[in-house]
Design a binder for this molecule. Structure first.
Ligand code: HEC
Ligand code: HEC
Ligand code: HEC
Ligand code: HEC
Ligand code: HEC
Ligand code: HEC
Ligand code: HEC
Ligand code: HEC
Ligand code: HEC
Ligand code: HEC
Length: 347
């Protein structure tokens, strides 16, 4: 009896200790996760981690090399002349954090954290360059603009901003972001959605998604950033992961395999047969079957009779290999087979 009581007590104590430690790790994780980060980079919130407002507390006026004598004047001075802009700004992600930080410490920079010290601009507003402007005619070089934002946002997804195709082509952060107004639910994008923002310059690509076969981007279920990192990558075409296939596997995991019998071009690159932005062929294919297959398979055993117009489904003597689903009516496991009798990708 005493023994049983002892064990009961031990279990209760053990459960209590276990329970609290679970709670503790729960909060620790929540704290680590607080700053909103995207692109799945583990350290993208680096500059912002230790607490809710810290990303803004102690913020200083940005450095403006064109106005070396300017001094910070504080946001009241700015809002005296820019009431309308300040009103728009008030609902944005930065404003909410900056207001909180300012309440804690009155020396925190707000407007001037992005626009630089404003004393000389306030005295002579029409002289270009005296305030860091993010517009084409504002007189501030693009490098200064980017450096201003990067003072808080370097690293993580922006590790490869310098040298990226967008940076080299003279884009500014403000070509895609407008921190002055909250027009999008997230990401402070310049247009209402990420896709619309990209389409301001890449409308041709956006149009390809209107083709017969496309992934559900026009339907709002995907965005360009599911596959691209607009801030820069180490590979071609700003593809988010090291290889094109890794990007596709994010959502089409079953195509990763492993397969007992692989189909070499699938392993090599999905784009050997598919086009990512839209196609008028079935299933985003780059060419209709059987021509797709015959780009590579015209000189091996049975497929060595090249399909001609005569043999196509609409021709005089249609060949079974060109009817219906063409080659894939027999070679159905085109992405790879796990069947012991599937070396020809039949099953
Ligand atoms: C005395 C009034 C006044 C004050 C104070 C003032 N501004 Fe301005 N600001 C102006 C005027 C006027 C313009 C338009 C100048 C022009 O179009 O050439 C302007 C333009 C700007 C621009 C746009 C530049 C461009 O071409 O894109 C920014 C950004 C700006 N101000 C920020 C600020 C900030 C930040 C502060 C506070 C540090 C501030 N201003 C204080 C009057 C003022
Ligand atoms: C997080 C950085 C950031 C902060 C903080 C910020 N701005 Fe801006 N501001 C910008 C950017 C970027 C633009 C260019 C927007 C665009 O593309 O039109 C801009 C544009 C402006 C303009 C030009 C007119 C316009 O709307 O395009 C004025 C004026 C201005 N800001 C004033 C202010 C004032 C006043 C504050 C503080 C209440 C402030 N800004 C805070 C980044 C900032
Ligand atoms: C003083 C530091 C500071 C400066 C300067 C700054 N930011 Fe931020 N920004 C932050 C912090 C902190 C957050 C995180 C807010 C959050 O996640 O809640 C943030 C968030 C963002 C976001 C994400 C918003 C969202 O809703 O997901 C974007 C985009 C952004 N900033 C762009 C810019 C751009 C563009 C500039 C330059 C014009 C800039 N920032 C300048 C501190 C700064
Ligand atoms: C070509 C367009 C484009 C340019 C240029 C651009 N961004 Fe972005 N940025 C985006 C898009 C789109 C998102 C939203 C990504 C998401 O939600 O996954 C984003 C997200 C962000 C975020 C929030 C998420 C994160 O990555 O932590 C920050 C901060 C940010 N950008 C800062 C910047 C800064 C700073 C610059 C300039 C050096 C810049 N961006 C230039 C398109 C751009
Ligand atoms: C202000 C215009 C502008 C916006 C907005 C813009 N881009 Fe670009 N983008 C460019 C320019 C310019 C190039 C270089 C074009 C070239 O070299 O042909 C480019 C190139 C690219 C490339 C090709 C890279 C390569 O190596 O070939 C990709 C991918 C890309 N952008 C994706 C995006 C995405 C995704 C967005 C939205 C988040 C976006 N862009 C928004 C201007 C823009
Ligand atoms: C399903 C993934 C995926 C989506 C979604 C996607 N892309 Fe791409 N994109 C790619 C891949 C993969 C390449 C590389 C193509 C190559 O190497 O031939 C590419 C290439 C590009 C290029 C450069 C080559 C070219 O075709 O001109 C641009 C520009 C581009 N994409 C812009 C965009 C824009 C803008 C969007 C959103 C409207 C978008 N992409 C959506 C996967 C995607
Ligand atoms: C963010 C998720 C995502 C990524 C990344 C992605 N896809 Fe898709 N893909 C989808 C969704 C969702 C569908 C639609 C599925 C459906 O309708 O059942 C789809 C459909 C397809 C289809 C069939 C289209 C049709 O008309 O039947 C092909 C082929 C395809 N994707 C290839 C690719 C390739 C190649 C890549 C890499 C460049 C890729 N996908 C990356 C989500 C994604
Ligand atoms: C050798 C050419 C080829 C390559 C390479 C290829 N595919 Fe396909 N894929 C096809 C064909 C053909 C179809 C149409 C199958 C059908 O209609 O049943 C298809 C269909 C699809 C579909 C839609 C139907 C399904 O099976 O879910 C997706 C998704 C897809 N492919 C993804 C991928 C991905 C991801 C890669 C890269 C890992 C890839 N494909 C590489 C030929 C290829
Ligand atoms: C980009 C070139 C390319 C394309 C397009 C392509 N294949 Fe292949 N395929 C190959 C290569 C390379 C092999 C491996 C050949 C080997 O191992 O000897 C292969 C292997 C095969 C095999 C197995 C044959 C064997 O000897 O192991 C079949 C069946 C096959 N492909 C059918 C197709 C069909 C059907 C299509 C069209 C949907 C197609 N392929 C499209 C390159 C391609
Ligand atoms: C009616 C069913 C059928 C159709 C349709 C068909 N095949 Fe085959 N294919 C087979 C069979 C069965 C084999 C296995 C022959 C063997 O193992 O000797 C084969 C073998 C192959 C091989 C491997 C050849 C080798 O060296 O062993 C390739 C490559 C191939 N087919 C490609 C194609 C292409 C490309 C098409 C479309 C033009 C196609 N097949 C249409 C049934 C078909």
């Amino acid at each position: 009896m005493r023994n049983a009581l002892f064990w009961l007590l031990l279990i209760v104590v053990a459960l209590a200790i276990g329970g609290t430690s679970v709670l503790k790790t729960g909060t620790a994780q929540a704290q680590q996760q607080l700053p909103a980060t995207h692109f799945g980079a583990p350290d993208s919130g680096q500059a912002l981690t230790s607490g809710m407002v810290t990303g803004f507390s102690g913020a200083r006026a940005a450095r403006n090399p064109q106005a070396p004598d300017a001094r910070p004047v504080g946001q009241q001075v700015c809002t005296a002349c820019h009431a309308k802009e300040a009103d728009n700004f008030a609902h944005s992600t930065h404003a909410l954090g900056m207001e909180t930080a300012l309440k804690r410490d009155g020396s925190t920079a707000t407007c001037e954290a992005c626009h630089g010290p404003g004393s000389t601009h306030a005295r002579n507003p029409t002289q270009p360059g005296q305030i860091i402007a993010f517009t084409k005619k504002g007189g501030t070089p693009v490098e200064t603009q980017a450096a201003t934002c990067m003072a808080c946002h370097s690293g993580g997804p922006r590790d490869h901003w310098l040298g990226s195709v967008h940076q080299r082509n003279g884009l500014s952060c403000s070509d895609c972001h407008n921190p002055m107004t909250q027009v999008a639910a997230e990401g402070l994008t310049a247009k209402q959605s990420i896709n619309q923002t990209c389409a301001t310059c890449h409308n041709d690509i956006r149009q390809q998604f209107n083709r017969r076969s496309h992934m559900p981007l026009p339907e709002g279920q995907m965005a360009c950033v599911d596959c691209h990192n607009p801030h820069g990558t180490l590979n071609a075409s700003l593809v988010k992961t090291d290889t094109v296939n890794e990007t596709c596997y994010q959502c089409h995991a079953e195509k990763r395999g492993p397969f007992l019998f692989e189909h070499a071009p699938v392993r090599d690159n999905c784009l050997n047969c598919h086009t990512p932005h839209g196609s008028n062929q079935h299933a985003l294919l780059v060419a209709p079957m059987p021509m797709l297959c015959q780009q590579c398979h015209s000189h091996m055993r049975h497929p060595n009779d090249l399909m001609t117009t005569q043999q196509l489904a609409s021709g005089a003597g249609p060949n079974e290999r060109a009817m219906g689903r063409a080659c894939i009516s027999c070679h159905a496991q085109i992405h790879g087979s796990n069947s012991p009798s599937g070396p020809r990708l039949h099953r």
